[in-house]
Each structure stands twice: as C-alpha cells, then as structure tokens.
Design a protein around this ligand. Structure first.
Ligand SMILES: Nc1ncnc2c1ncn2[C@@H]1O[C@H](COP(=O)(O)OP(=O)(O)O)[C@@H](O)[C@H]1O
Ligand SMILES: [Mg+2]
Length: 260
C-alpha cells in the first residue's frame, strides 16, 4: 500500500507559546498562546497593533529570548530547549535578523560587519570576504564596503544588515519593522529589495510591518491581537485576485480590532 507522504516539517512552528514579562510586582502577558505553522520558504507579513506582541514573537523565534511556555521550533529543531551555546550557534547560522535599529558594529567597516559572523564561525578571511562582497554587490552596497556605518545612509545600513543576515543562507530571516527608521523613499526601495530577496533566496522571510503596501508584496499576512494570532489571510485569493494595499489594510484591521 502506498504510504501517505510524511507531513512537511514546518520552517517555523509555534505551539502554545506564551511569554510573561515580570516587572517587579507587575507582570505583562506579551504572548498568550501563539499557534503558528509556516512551511517552506516565502515572504510573510506580521501585522497587529502596537503592543500586540510582534517583537516578542520575533525575539523568541530569533533565539534572543525564551518563551515562558510552549514550543518554538525552526526547521524541526526546538529553539526553546537550546542551551546558551546552542543558541549562539543557532543565531549565527540558522536565523538572519534585521531590526529597525540597524545593529551594525560602529567600529567596523560595512564589509567587516557582513563578514563578522563567518569569521566568528571560523571561516577563512578570503572565503568570507568573497561571499560578503557577492552579497553586498547583490544588495547594491558593494561600493560602500570600506565605509563605517556612520558614513552610510539608513537604507544602506539596512542593506548591509540584510547582507549579513543572508550570509549563511539561513532557513529563516526575521525583519522587525526594517524600514521604521527610513524615509518613505528609502523604505519603498528596501521593501522592493526584500521582495526580490524573498524570490531569489530560498528562505522564509518574516517581516513585521505597519505598511499595507509593503505587506501586499508578501504572500500571506498574519495578524496578532493581544498576544495571540487573530487570523491570517493570503494576499492573493481565487475570488478577489491580488489584494491592493487598501483592501489589505481593511482586512488586517478587522482582525486586529479588539472584540469588546
Ligand atoms: N522586555 C520587556 N519587559 C516588559 N514588558 C515588555 C518587554 N518587551 C515587551 N513588553 C510588553 O509586552 C507587550 C508586547 O510588546 P511587543 O512584543 O514589543 O509588541 P509589538 O512589537 O507588537 O509592539 C507590550 O505590552 C510591551 O509593553
Ligand atoms: Mg515591535
């Protein structure tokens, strides 16, 4: 008898994920039971009101923090159960991280920033420089390779951060409001670049954004509300075709709205 195909291992799997921050006598339940399974590669938007838990979720998937309870797995491996040493390796090789604040080391050149994870990993200088320059070329910042971050525009710094995130071709890249500190023209260029990267690199790009026009370039939108997944929808449906930014914003707001 033919065997049923084994279900694909999700790239990102969250089951019953909670996160409580203790603040002295007070506590904040930032995540209250996140269930999420995303298979394969692609480009996903995460939306939701300020304070709904988007960044907290990114931190847990990034292995920067641990859930209070529940499972966080990436490519079939439990991130929530990793030792500190395993987390260090995980963050270096398995997940790329791009934040709103550009997070480049100010004393190093752009090129050195891109090479840093590889050098820390023991890769030769020559090999890591070749890979870093190739990625910087793809991202349009090769000419800025010898500059330090403070000599780069915000958009250029973010491209350098993306090149660094792509270095080891991780299964997941997390971008938490990557254009939050950019002007609208630079933001539009960065969104276009991220869309292209999602197409050309075999990775799952998870992007937190408030911009419906940017989310419209993603294949699916996941909406958080009060620390849970309020819902999710594809940006292209058989009935409606491709949602434009306005239709997408309405859809996301309906899900994000508190139910009281
Ligand atoms: N380090 C922290 N300590 C205490 N509370 C936090 C911390 N980080 C986030 N929170 C709280 O958790 C909730 C969710 O925050 P966050 O994940 O940053 O939301 P979002 O990114 O959707 O705006 C908020 O109420 C926020 O104030
Ligand atoms: Mg946030």
């Amino acid at each position: 008898m033919p065997q049923a195909p084994s279900p694909a291992t999700p790239t990102v799997l969250c089951r019953g994920v909670t996160k409580r921050y203790e603040l002295g006598a007070r506590s904040v339940d930032a995540l209250r039971g996140i269930d999420l399974a995303i298979e394969g590669a692609g480009f996903y938007a995460i939306m939701g009101a300020s304070g709904s838990g988007k960044s907290t979720l990114m931190h847990l998937v990034a292995g920067l923090d641990r859930p209070t309870a529940g499972e966080v797995s990436v490519a079939g491996v439990r991130v929530d159960r990793m030792s500190e040493a395993e987390l260090t390796m995980y963050r270096r090789r398995q997940v790329g991280i791009v934040f709103q604040h550009f997070n480049l080391l100010p004393s190093m050149t752009a090129l050195e920033n891109v090479m840093l994870p590889a050098l820390l990993d023991g890769m030769s200088r020559a090999a890591s420089e070749t890979r870093a320059r190739q990625l910087m070329d793809e991202l349009g910042v090769e000419e800025r390779a010898e500059h330090r971050p403070d000599a780069l525009s915000g958009g250029e710094q973010q491209r350098v951060a993306i090149a660094r995130a792509l270095f080891f071709a991780p299964p997941v890249i997390l971008a938490d409001e990557p254009t939050g500190n950019l002007d609208s023209a630079a933001a539009a260029r960065l969104f276009a670049l991220l869309t292209q990267i999602a197409r050309t690199h075999n990775t799952l790009l998870l992007m937190v954004t408030h911009e419906p026009a940017a989310a419209a370039n993603c294949q699916r939108v996941i909406v958080l509300r009060d620390g849970v997944v309020a819902g999710a929808f594809d940006t292209t449906t058989p009935q409606e075709g491709k949602l434009d930014a306005g239709a997408l914003a309405l859809r996301a707001q309906e899900l994000a709205r508190p139910t009281w």
